[in-house]
Design a protein around this ligand. Structure first.
Ligand code: ADP
Ligand code: ADP
Length: 218
């Protein structure tokens, strides 16, 4: 599904990643832990093709990311990868349903297909009666579930999440973590999650710690 080999990344004089190897398969949840500033977000951005490494190889769904040219990478990303962040980044002027549909609008999917998928996701995420609410009218847990639905809209092979429960109380965090496990089992996505939450990392199929610029399997 995803294999990264010997990834290096520096910012000016600061060497953040120095030879990271990582891989994840479908229907697996992989947690990345480590202290603040260790380079976890940097790695997640590189694995998610949002940022470029200085060197190393990244292969996702049998495609070598370094081979993409022009718009190819943005199209591939929008169709293959979902992102969930600590702060939901929902657009305040749009309803829950419209926010969820954004990746499909970008992919120019047809209306019928979009309607079917969004209905399915609203149901799976327990948001059917919140579809026409704007983000400010939703609870923190609901907002984050909308962000999860948006990440899943184009049925990505892999979902990256950066501290997804970092801004939730423990009850909502717990619900979100179990939701990830259900999605892994039912939809078969690979999840790669950076987290400080010990309950979430304990639930993961694999745990890795970012240390001294490398990833160590725990
Ligand atoms: P973590 O997610 O583990 O907290 P980050 O990947 O956010 O770590 O950051 C790792 C290091 O790289 C930190 O010292 C951070 O300040 C630095 N860093 C991250 N992004 C940039 C950037 N765009 N420019 C310069 N330094 C950066
Ligand atoms: P996180 O809380 O996930 O570790 P950060 O708050 O460290 O993320 O980083 C948020 C954004 O700011 C990232 O896009 C990162 O690349 C950028 N960034 C982080 N540290 C620096 C820095 N020292 N200089 C410039 N950009 C940075």
């Amino acid at each position: 599904m995803l294999t990264a080999k010997n990834i290096y990344k520096s910012y000016d004089d600061l060497q953040v990643l120095s030879g990271v190897d990582f891989s994840v398969n479908a229907a697996k949840l992989s947690a990345i832990v480590g202290p603040s500033g260790a380079g976890k977000s940097t790695l997640l951005h590189i694995l998610g093709t949002l940022d470029q490494s200085d060197s190393g190889t990244l292969i996702i769904n049998n495609k070598n990311i370094g081979d993409f040219r022009g718009d190819e990478l943005a199209n591939f990303r929008n169709n293959t990868i979902g992102f969930i962040f600590q702060f939901h980044n929902l657009l305040p002027e749009f309803t829950a349903e419209e926010n969820i549909c954004i990746p499909a609008y970008i992919a120019k999917k047809n209306k019928r297909e979009i309607g079917k998928r969004v209905e399915e996701l609203l149901k799976v995420l327990g948001l059917s009666n919140r579809a026409s609410h704007k983000p400010a009218q939703l609870s923190g847990g609901e907002q984050q579930r909308v962000a999860v639905a948006r990440a899943l809209m184009n049925d990505p092979a892999i979902v990256f999440a950066d501290e997804p429960s970092g801004n939730l109380d423990s009850k909502n965090a717990d619900e979100l973590h179990h939701l990830f496990l259900n999605l892994r089992d039912e939809l078969g996505q690979a999840f790669v999650i950076v987290t400080h939450n010990q309950e979430l990392s304990a639930m993961a199929d694999e745990r890795h710690e970012m240390k001294d610029g490398k990833l160590i399997k725990l």
